[in-house]
Design a protein around this ligand. Sequence first.
Ligand code: G1P
Length: 297
Amino acid sequence: MTKVSTRKPIRKAVFPVAGLGTRFLPATKAIPKEMLPIIDRPLIQYAVDEAREAGIEQLIFVTGRGKTAIVEHFDTAFELEATMSGRGKPLDVLDATRIQPGNLVTVRQQVPMGLGHAIWCARAIVGDEPFAIFLPDELMIGAPGCMKQMVEAYDEVGGNLISVLEVPEDEVSSYGVIKPGFRVSSTLTEVTGLVEKPKREDAPSNLIISGRYILQPEVMRTLENQGTGAGGEIQLTDAMARMIGHQPFHAVTFAGRRYDCGSKSGFVEATLELALAREDMATDVRALIKRLAAEIG
Ligand code: G1P
């Protein structure tokens, strides 16, 4: 028998995309970092595809100055389509960019005050229902995708969920880190504490928050009076930490590949691996990698 969930479904997702992308300058001077392509799809497209696969209907982009290209990407480009049709070119390459009218909403984060503040900017659109968050820098590739795996876990345990993965101990200070509690299953663990960017010696584990969340709307009220934390910013991790004990919190270990596309080497890694996985490119790219490997020795 198919299991029918009685929990409120996850229909909305927030994408904080207001960041300046300084690590990729000068590429990101006039182009949002979320529009940098991995092969032929901008980063934001991968996150949106993952959201839709998980059944999410409404996309909420928290944007800032210079980010209009993201919204344009998900709009109909009439001249482009007319020209392509006139030349007999198929339009299906644009299918992933089509959004049901009314299902893309943008809100503005006027000042970069941190991830927690960015999420809080979406409070009126999120309203009183659980919602997902995607940090598009974190590229998650899996079958099913990361958010779909999380929604399945949510159907089991409800409450709040964070995707986590293990990193080497010398990397924990760049991330939010969980304190793991009871192990529910091989992929689901209770979260009993959270720390944003701890010193290596203070980190409660080497399990980091990897950029996907399912949160209850109460987080918005917690963020309302959240002071600044690590880096002088209003941190989502701090608000979540304050909710532990009041609401269920679980970590989902994602079965799949994760690429940190906020770093240049992560970006190259993602580009190569995704190219190898593509039928139209695999042969050429494999030959290229072999040649390079031989040259490096
Ligand atoms: C943010 C979160 C952090 C998380 C990370 C994942 O940090 O605050 O908890 O581990 O994303 O990429 P940021 O990369 O914005 O400093």
